[in-house]
Write a protein that binds this ligand. Sequence first.
Ligand code: HAM
Length: 420
Amino acid sequence: MSTFQAPKGTYDLIPPRSAVFLAVRDTIATQVRNAGYGYVETPGFEDVNLFARGVGESTDIVTKEMYTLTTKGGDQLALRPEGTASVLRAALQANLHKQGNLPVKLWYSGSYYRYERAQAGRYRHFSQVGAEAIGAEDPALDAELIILADQAYRALGLRQYRILLNSLGDKECRPVYREALQTFLRGLDLDEETLRRAEINPLRVLDDKRADVQKQLVDAPLLRDYLCDACKAYHEQVRELITAAGVVFEDDPKLVRGLDYYTRTTFEFVHDGLGSQSAVGGGGRYDGLSEMIGGPALPSVGWALGVDRTVLALEAEGVELDLPAATSVFAVALGEEARRILFGKVTELRRAGIAADFSFGGKGLKGSMKDANRSGARLALVAGERDLAEGVVQLKDMESGEQRAVALDGVLDAVRELLG
Ligand code: HAM
């Protein structure tokens, strides 16, 4: 143990569990790549105002949870709490929206930072894979993204999740609803802070988790009843498209998200085995975000799936991913001459694309075979002085225990044959 520990609310990804994280990222990435999304990578920090304006000045993320810093040059930066504002900023900066057909479809994977109250499933450093379709207002895009996320979770083997779907309206109908909700909230018995929130961001009050608040919200007006005809028709098309794709979802008229940029379609993937931090992913449409950060009108939609919580969900369901063994061949060398020759063989195998490892540290036969077992390798390559004198090495099948002598220059071919 060192004097230092990972900071509060963070943890290290270490083998063998880290392999599951990689597989989760990879599975999600496979789905979006397969649907024409291109990879984008942006810096881990941005101008703090990008998030203040984009995510929303009154959101918890901006007011309480951002890691901000002032550089020696006086720039105000924030570690990114989410990816959407950054990705849109990058797309605008590179003029991607002017270079061809819209939508511009991008995906990303990385670390995000929120100074949250740390608990199981809620961390201060976490990992997301996200996808954004920028610059088109088309219900098929909203549907595509929901279907792709569903496909990613299914491909991983998850079953106990639900998709919650809502529409948050647009700049025509939301203000009317906002007013109606505010009038309703002003009549309730709420503490001062909640009343203040009702004035700044009334929709957020709907998301209050406290039972005494929820009890009073039973008769709150619902945005669903205030949607304008265009929003209603749009939402109906999204619902029809995902239904036709066989994706099961629940209408959740009270679903509001923790970021202010959403318009129309919003959705969340919740897992029933995770307790209070149940959202494994979420997203929606953000038709006004580009203008909020100084760009042209670019209606867009996207999601981000939380890698940490997806791994927790896999563990909660007892799903074991079919992970390929890291090593196919493990070389056990007995004596100096064997070390020299087998180290060469390991290099040869690796150059031929075969995953191979070596018994480092000058161990004896027993210790080295233990290492070979632990590595999960299908084959062990064993050689001592007597083998080398005969110009052979022993190739052992770790499962059946069968062993045969192979000529030194025939190792690569024999390994290839046995591994199929
Ligand atoms: P979000 O709902 O804030 O949305 O985060 C997406 C997912 O990231 C959550 O569902 C959760 O799985 C994971 N997550 C968020 N915070 C934490 C945390 N503190 N610890 C562990 N996991 C966490 C966004 O970030 C939007 N940018 C999504 C989006 C993309 N909307 C449109 N495009």
